[in-house]
Design a binder for this molecule. Sequence first.
Ligand code: DMJ
Length: 454
Amino acid sequence: MPARIAPIAFLLAAVAAFATHGCGRSRQDEHARQIAARVRTEFLHAWNNYGRYAWGHDVLRPLSKTAHDWYGQSLLMTPVDALDTLVLMRLDAEAARARSLIVSDLSFDRDIYVKNFEITIRLLGGLLSSYQLTGDKRLLSLAEDLGNRLLPVFNSPTGLPYVYVNLHTGQTRDAVTNPAETGTLLLEFGTLSKLTGRPVFYEKAKRALVETFKRRSPLGLVGESINVETGVWTSTDSHISGGIDSYYEYLWKCWLLFGDKDCRDMWDASIPAVNKYLPDEIGGGLWHGHADMQTGKRTKTIYGALDAFFPGLLALSGDLKRARRLQASSFKMWKLHGIEPETLDYKTMRVVARSYRLRPEIVESTYYLYHYTDDPDYRRMGEKMFDDFVKYCRTEAGYAALADVISKQQRDEMESFVLAETFKYFYLLFAPPETLQFDKVIFNTEAHPLRRMW
Ligand code: DMJ
């Protein structure tokens, strides 16, 4: 090729490649929009059936088409958990109806013992994020009233919260808890402090997080259960699964949301131990198992639906290499029976706990990984998961958990997190990025986006 023609040919080839890539990209985006629309339709199917059979109650039971209230009287668990998803999906009429139900019917002055952790992540988190999205001050007043009623949980000798508190009397009960329940409060309580100008919420929740961290072992690991009166561990099993999971999540996210350096220091002091003692390399794949917090010895080779949040957290904290590898294992777990089990022995690849509770964690991680890598494989992964989710869990009246991922037998359960989290993360994975500006928010552990403003 003559020397003068070479640059022109190169330029033309580059333009053609760019056009093909651009074309491919817009086809992919168009496909993604179609899936986002399907997710929205399916979300609406679940929401409308909640409305038809369980309006005003905590949750819908999708097989019997009945309602269930966690504590015998309703705290509007589903509407509060679902409201910000309704807003993000631009389901404006439904959001307005949910909001008016909440402001007219929700009262926390009730003589019932509630679980502090669940009420904080679902209701306090839901009210705060919906307040920030809508500007409706009544939602903030409800959040503050709830925050006041939850505060007595911290009145233990250690400052670690009791498990239950009576919303009317302030009495507490159940001293044996775990790091997830003691350490997954600061995003919500801290946000409440910032929005009300009352530091007490931040201080109490932060102390609980610090007191948990202070009790880590010399290796840097925390255990699975702890007594809030003595501060002594009652189980030394360490892992990233249920009971510990979101403790790590909040160490990092509280640094991001509040710029609280103590949180970053606690994360920095904790994550090397997690990366050292929990990972297992099996057949070229990376898994995370259990180890004893004192000795670091492997105790179980179990991984499950709850552990699957960890790739997302790794990605958020900048460890994309590990995040990608662990996500590949989560997806392998999903594909084993066409939908993920609650737990799996990754050494034998046998299912240990057979249920699928419509959990969001694997979808959440897929969303984070797609955001950070822009790799279309993560959308393909998400599409496969969404297809399976619809295929096995859709019912005439909503979405039902599976009692058994092998037989695909359904169970009469649709937790509020299905609408708060599972559908929201599916939607955000495929929706245009301007639906929610990722870098402007931090999701609490129930997928309620809290605005980064401090
Ligand atoms: C949710 O309530 C939260 O994500 C919590 O952190 C863990 N479990 C469920 C969803 O699986």
